[in-house]
Design a protein around this ligand. Structure first.
Ligand SMILES: C[S@@+](CC[C@H](N)C(=O)[O-])C[C@H]1O[C@@H](n2cnc3c(N)ncnc32)[C@H](O)[C@@H]1O
Length: 139
């Protein structure tokens, strides 16, 4: 995915408190409180601009979804779409998936989606693949 620097992205997202979670570690074990219900929790790791997760969230209003995207300049597209078309069952995090255990209690997430993850074809970059053994152990 082409990365375009968007210096305004962080401030824009921080203003959307109902969508963008700045301190997800504070919600570890308590995501149902954030959503205000006990619906299942599905996350997508590496959500990009959010096409998949927003489509799913629209189809499944009885499921809570969290988009996890490393880059603010990419995740801001998801937040913009949610400002245009609010969906109470979606939140967005800009965090590194290697720290998921800091944000979710064991067993708190019911499903993890990975879609078209960056391939990182060179062997020396294998540890960055979202399917690398350390990531799989985390999920
Ligand atoms: C190839 S894109 C795919 C985006 C989307 N899933 C789709 O199908 O269009 C992979 C995305 O994963 C994100 N990503 C890669 N490593 C990540 C990590 N460790 N934590 C969170 N997101 C990551 C990248 O920033 C990128 O936006």
């Amino acid at each position: 995915m082409r990365l375009r620097h968007k210096p305004w992205a962080k401030e824009y997202m921080e203003a959307q408190e109902h969508v963008f979670i700045q301190h997800p570690e504070q919600l570890k074990g308590n995501w149902s409180t954030e959503f205000g219900n006990d619906h299942p929790l599905f996350i997508e790791v590496g959500s990009g601009k959010g096409q998949f997760i927003l489509g799913m969230a629209k189809q499944h209003p009885d499921v809570n979804f969290i988009a996890i995207e490393l880059f603010e300049s990419v995740a801001v597209s998801i937040v913009q779409k949610l400002v245009e078309t609010p969906m109470p069952n979606v939140r967005v995090l800009t965090v590194d998936a290697k720290r998921l255990v800091d944000y979710f209690e064991a067993g708190e997430v019911d499903r993890v989606y990975l879609n078209f993850s960056d391939p990182w074809p060179k062997t020396r970059h294998a540890k960055r693949r979202l399917t690398y053994k350390t990531f799989l152990a985390t999920y």
